[in-house]
Design a protein around this ligand. Structure first.
Ligand SMILES: [Fe+2]
Length: 460
């Protein structure tokens, strides 16, 4: 195991005073740090000091709009003192509880769906250093929670809620300025589809237009709606657009079957014998076009497991987007969903294969019956097989791949996950990425909340 630090972000605190939140995604961000050095592991964790978190602590009540929670209007107005701010987006949270990325310039940024919830932290001390201020004038309230980050660029999508579409933007290391690559106009309505994540290939940005669409009214509504900030519009259909990274031109835009995904896994270009691109393959954790997963993530459901199988089915959805001008793309299962218990989410790959033809992915699958993804799964998309790690009552977080220094094989490295054990305890688990067998586990001195997404910070 190389020396370095694995950071994991996620909602970790679901109450303020004696008020309990309702949804997994509402919790205030908790960072966990696993520092590997000379065969030793040092663990730490800390809350991110967002304005939303600090205001809640100070006032002992919710002061900003979280995923499914909104402050009472008079509370918020008393706090902000301005009716206009209620409608300007000022009431939206900056609780950066979703992901954490290492930029090409070494800065470490925690992110969520709101643009204001971009927060720079110190990966050694987990100190909150301050808001990541975008220096451009692109504005907007929301962006993809999962930018594509490499040593040379940061790519993200900015949904346009007024004139439905997406801006595809790039930011270079060492700057805070996002520059527009191009714009995609939605083909369905009434709003852009939710883009929690999106994939890229070597030359293209793939823009999914999911029929689960943002709803500006729900974004500002006081009470939770059935689909939170979104609405399901099957009549509006689903589309996938392909934008050239260099020119910003749309090179393909196809209708696809209805789909629901939070997380894309990877994408790549399929070429003919002459090296011409004939199609894009884009894989995601696909929930069989069923939106009920969003509601199943309410804390009440997660905390009241009765032994019944209540986790909705999911699969590795593979989009095939032809480049021959056909109006339709395909969506198929990349392998038999029985291989991973018909559960599928929280994925990672070897980052060296980002945007390239790849074979392996790591994700959370299901050992039924269950109410939550409860296995670690290695997907072999060539042999169409999965290897599953499972321990009764244990809930693993996103398996994160770290390559062995000098590795040449795609799966030569380790997979890190943090496990919430059935007795309330927890441990860090290291699996050999090739055999998917346990190498080591390190028990935490106390249990930690479930978390979402992580990143690797190399030593120095
Ligand atoms: Fe996510």
């Amino acid at each position: 195991m190389q020396s370095g630090t694995y950071l994991r972000n996620g909602p970790g605190l679901w109450h303020i005073g004696d008020y309990n939140f309702r949804h997994l995604f509402d919790g205030y961000a908790t960072l966990v740090r696993l520092h590997f050095e000379n065969g030793r592991l040092i663990m730490g964790h800390r809350q991110i000091e967002s304005e939303a978190y600090k205001a809640a602590k100070r006032n002992n009540k919710l002061c900003y709009r979280e995923f499914s929670e909104a402050p009472k209007t008079d509370n918020f107005l008393a706090y902000m003192g301005d009716l206009a701010s209620l409608f300007s987006g000022a009431s939206l949270t900056d609780n950066a509880n979703t992901g954490v990325v290492t930029l090409g310039d070494g800065r470490v940024v925690c992110l969520t769906e709101t643009i204001k919830g971009s927060i720079v932290i110190d990966p050694d001390t987990l100190d909150t250093l301050g808001k990541f201020e975008y220096s451009d004038s692109l504005g907007g309230l929301i962006h993809s929670a999962h930018p594509i980050v490499t040593d040379t660029e940061f790519l993200t999508l900015l949904p346009d809620l007024v004139n439905p579409g997406y801006l595809v933007v790039r930011m270079e290391p060492g700057t805070n300025e996002r520059k527009v690559i191009g714009r995609v106009s939605c083909r369905g309505g009434p709003a852009p589809g939710w883009v929690h994540s999106f994939p890229v290939t070597e030359h293209y940005v793939i823009v999914p237009e999911m029929p689960l669409r943002y709803c500006a009214q729900n974004l500002l509504k006081a009470e939770p709606t059935p689909l939170y900030k979104f609405e399901w519009h099957p009549d509006s259909k689903g589309f996938v657009h392909v934008m050239c990274k260099a020119s910003g031109k749309i090179v393909a835009s196809v209708e696809v079957p209805l789909f629901v995904t939070f997380h894309f896994i990877n994408a790549y270009e399929e070429t003919d014998e002459d090296g011409r691109v004939i199609a894009i393959i884009a894989d995601c954790c696909e929930h069989n076009a069923d939106t009920t997963i969003l509601d199943k993530l309410r804390l009440q459901n997660l905390r009241s497991y009765t032994g019944e199988d209540v986790l909705p089915d999911a699969r590795v959805g593979r989009f095939i987007i032809p480049f021959d001008g056909s109006p339709n793309g395909k969506l198929v299962a990349a392998l038999d969903p029985e291989e991973h218990g018909k559960g599928m989410d929280m994925c990672s790959i070897n980052p060296a294969y980002l945007g390239k033809k790849y074979r392996y992915a790591y994700a959370c699958g299901a050992q039924r019956p269950c109410n939550f993804p409860n296995t670690l799964t290695k997907l072999d998309l060539v042999e169409k097989k999965a290897k599953n790690w499972w321990d009764e009552g244990a809930v693993p977080s996103e398996p994160f791949f770290v390559a062995r220094p000098g590795a040449t094989e795609e799966d030569d490295g380790v997979v890190i996950s943090m496990i919430s054990d059935k007795n309330g305890e927890g441990y860090a688990l290291l699996l050999d990425a090739s055999s998917f067998k346990e190498i080591a586990r390190a028990k935490f001195p106390y249990g930690l909340p479930y978390g979402l997404h992580g990143c690797w910070v190399p030593k120095n």
